[in-house]
Design a protein around this ligand. Structure first.
Ligand code: IPE
Ligand code: IPE
Ligand code: MG
Length: 251
């Protein structure tokens, strides 16, 4: 793929390795390691989260240039509420500021915001800002920027079950397509590639149903250090994988 203007030497080399005809449509990311990134530098965890936000903007730019259609980032899990109250409140504030700052940029870049997860427990001002950006960006179509907020894969599945129970359906009416329709990710194709940073090899309750056939990519790089070069390495690795979906792969 043709490198974007201003790409450095190493980055250019990686762009040239990318095969334009095998770009994952949906990339999901477990952005982990902000706390450890800060600790390594003798900084507070909060500074780590601030650095992590910059990495999100960078991931959006690389996704745009690559032609990825959806990027989903795990920003806050249903389990993250057990963190100290101060950290939770800073995360919510950072999110609010991020959305406010990004509004214009998302418009300029033609990116549509989407949010998955149980929004009912988020602070009111965060929800208001989310609504504003959702409305403003709703016609943008270069990339969907999907943020998982108070998201849990199990909560997603239970929430779908509860909605289905209200529908008076026959057993035989229930199938995978119908079930997917009631998930938070309704209308969004399943992830092709799931990236997790920071060296942890687990999915931590992220998109459990949706990652059934995603390619998994784990890297030791901490989220604030995940730059364009790291994204390109992940895509190059993805392009080496043979996706079989249970078939024989022609062997
Ligand atoms: C990920 O970084 C960001 C969120 C969960 C919001 P962490 O805060 O989990 O960083 P580590 O895992 O402690 O290094
Ligand atoms: C997963 O990271 C959640 C997010 C990135 C938002 P965690 O840091 O919360 O996951 P565990 O606790 O290491 O599994
Ligand atoms: Mg973590």
């Amino acid at each position: 793929m043709k490198p974007p203007k201003g790409a450095g030497r190493i980055e250019r080399k990686l762009w040239l390795k990318i095969n334009d005809s095998n770009i994952p449509s949906h990339v999901a990311i477990i952005m982990d390691g902000n706390g450890r990134w800060a600790k390594k530098r003798g900084l507070s965890r909060i500074k780590g989260h601030k650095a992590g936000i910059k990495a999100i903007e960078n991931a959006l730019d690389s996704a745009l240039h690559l032609g990825v259609k959806v990027i989903t980032v795990y920003a806050f899990s249903t389990e993250n509420w057990i963190r100290p109250e101060y950290e939770v409140s800073v995360l919510m504030t950072l999110l609010f500021q991020f959305l406010k700052l990004q509004k214009k940029k998302l418009m300029n870049k033609n990116i549509r915001l989407s949010v998955i997860g149980d929004r009912s427990k988020l602070p009111r001002i965060v929800n208001k800002e989310i609504d504003r950006v959702l409305v403003e960006t709703r016609h943008n179509n270069a990339l969907i920027f999907n943020i998982a907020l108070n998201y849990g894969g199990r909560d997603d599945i239970l929430n779908a079950v509860k909605q289905l129970l209200d529908k008076n359906l026959e057993k035989d009416d229930i199938n995978e397509d119908l079930f997917s329709y009631y998930l938070y990710t309704k209308g969004i194709p399943d992830p092709d590639l799931l990236i997790r940073t920071s060296g942890e090899v687990r999915v931590s309750n992220f998109l459990l149903w949706q990652i059934a056939y995603a390619e998994l990519y784990f890297t030791d790089v901490l989220w604030p250090d995940f730059d364009t070069i790291e994204m390109l390495k992940a895509i190059i690795e993805y392009q080496k994988r043979e996706r079989r979906y249970g078939g024989t792969g022609g062997i």
